[in-house]
Design a protein around this ligand. Structure first.
Ligand code: MN
Length: 226
């Protein structure tokens, strides 16, 4: 499942995980999810769900929204290795070049049509497998930032375009994006990484007045590339 992932990258150049580690056994444990913020050609959020030893991945240009009226475009991209969930840093020139932070991470529970989670990892992955076929995934997120019930729905007549939508529950809000865009691992923002790159010694001083990620400015003219 990682063929596309390895084909796209030159591991002599990028610090990203090679994806050559054997996936750990999934028996008796929960499924994990991770959201990475990525200042590539276009700034976006990479939303990843563990399934069958890899991370299913979607690039979400606008990021997740807590507002149940928002439908956020989520473009399915290549599967990523499980240890990608720990990756943050700077991808040098080449595929996906730009800064990456781990924006959120936690576990997710696939839900059935009655919004009930089911016991057993095998059964949970079966739900995801069917959901991928039918184009509708329903799950509960237990992260630091993202919580509650969410759905991913594939748009009709497309293969890769999905929509990420917040379901109504106690975590829904009219505020689309109330979160701070920092790393849950290091507390750093994309701007911190960019500043550290251009001037390692100034890092701490610039932290307070850090500008918006440069990816935002590029967004308009850039070709669709994640
Ligand atoms: Mn990305």
């Amino acid at each position: 499942m990682l063929k596309k992932y390895t084909e796209k990258r030159d591991f002599n150049k990028t610090p990203e995980p090679k994806g050559d580690k054997k996936p750990r056994a999934t028996k008796n444990k929960s499924l994990s999810f991770v959201v990475q913020e990525h200042a590539a050609t276009r700034l976006h959020f990479d939303f990843r769900l563990e399934f069958n030893g890899v991370l299913l991945s979607w690039a979400i240009p606008k990021g997740p929204s807590l507002n149940t009226n928002d439908k956020r475009l989520a473009v399915m991209t290549e599967d990523h290795p499980l240890d990608y969930a720990n990756f943050e840093g700077i991808i040098p020139s080449g595929y996906g070049a730009g800064e990456v932070i781990v924006w959120d991470r936690g576990i997710y529970l696939p839900l059935d049509k009655n919004e009930e989670s089911i016991s057993g990892i095998m059964e949970a992955e079966k739900l995801i497998k069917n959901g991928l076929k039918e184009g509708k995934l329903l799950f509960k997120l237990e992260g630091k930032k993202l919580k509650g019930i969410w759905t991913l729905v594939r748009m009709k007549k497309t293969e890769k375009d999905w929509l990420l939508i917040k379901h109504k529950d106690e975590f829904a809000s009219e505020k689309s994006h109330p979160w701070k865009d920092d790393s849950i691992l290091s507390g750093e923002t994309l701007s911190d990484l960019q500043n550290a790159k251009s001037s390692p010694t100034k890092k701490k001083i610039e932290k307070k007045s850090a500008p918006k990620p440069v990816g935002v400015q590029k967004q308009k003219t850039a070709e669709k590339k994640f």
